[in-house]
Write a protein that binds this ligand. Structure first.
Ligand code: 6CS
Ligand code: FE
Length: 267
């Protein structure tokens, strides 16, 4: 479905666009039924919270037909091509689970910082489409953003020193170098002063929405989410698209192919 001019203008101004009812309840229930079999697999693609619950499962589209069908659905691709103004390919997919009472927080950060510094992507011509698999309300850890924080480049790029010695992570001992891009102890986060200054000027938005909504957000948008202290899950399926002209072709040390798609196929 093509975006209208006013929707494209909203995204250009705010750095995000939330479309309600993009997917039907039946489609969302199909994804929810598929999820336990995917996240139940113990593998480096599965990132756990410190309390042992699942936080993320990367690249479910690689070996699950339904997940791949949604990742290549025109309801996501058409708006993404319009917003990125180029042909696109799927850069990364992940199921971000935020289980009731146990889902952890995501500190304030910009996604592009990771894709620039970890993967060598040259331009912030990327976006993420976040499919809401549950109703997102004020209690179960909605995404918090600073509207308009997407078009002033990258901030606070120095690397935090984070400790991954926690025994829960021992199974990732070989992948320690990328773990600090994926757990609650992120290596590139936005400083409190940066958030204070920007939020004072631009405000905050809490992006609540019904299951079946899709949030399109710019790769430089400041965003965070709190832990889920409610009795309701807040699961999401995130598809990151990159402009085909922005593929990081000349990068030598590549992160694993479940984090980054190194074989771009134009969608
Ligand atoms: O490193 C990455 O690819 C992931 N890390 C964060 C903090 N967000 C974007 C992405 O999913
Ligand atoms: Fe993020």
């Amino acid at each position: 479905m093509k975006l209208e001019r006013n929707q494209i203008d909203f995204y250009a101004e705010k750095g995000y666009l939330l479309l309600e009812n993009l997917f039907s309840a039946d489609e969302i229930n199909q994804l929810l039924r598929e999820m336990p079999g995917i996240i139940g697999e113990d593998s480096p693609r599965r990132i756990l919270e410190k309390n042992g619950s699942v936080r993320t499962f990367f690249a479910p589209h690689l070996d699950n037909l339904l997940m791949n069908r949604f990742a290549t659905d025109e309801r996501l691709l058409t708006p993404s091509r319009q917003l990125l103004q180029d042909d696109i390919y799927l850069y990364q997919s992940k199921l971000n689970t935020k289980f009731a009472m146990t889902g952890d927080w995501w500190d304030w950060h910009q996604d592009y910082t990771y894709w620039k510094k970890d993967d060598g992507v040259k331009q912030p011509q990327m976006l993420t489409a976040m499919i809401y698999l549950n109703d997102v309300n004020e209690f179960n850890g909605p995404l918090l953003v600073i509207p308009g924080s997407h078009d002033s480049g990258s901030f606070d790029e120095e690397e935090n020193k984070v400790n991954v010695e926690d025994e829960k992570y021992e199974q990732y001992v070989l992948s320690e170098k990328y773990l600090t891009s994926l757990t609650a102890d992120l290596k590139y986060t936005l400083k409190q002063k940066t958030i204070f200054d920007w939020a004072t000027e631009k405000g905050l938005a809490s992006l609540k929405g019904k299951a079946g909504s899709v949030l399109f957000f710019h790769c430089n948008l400041f965003h965070a989410s709190s832990n889920n202290m409610s009795p309701w899950d807040r699961h999401t399926y995130l598809l990151t698209y990159n402009a085909i002209s922005n593929f990081p072709a000349d990068v030598l040390e590549r992160r694993p192919d479940f984090l980054v798609n190194w074989n771009p196929t134009i969608l």
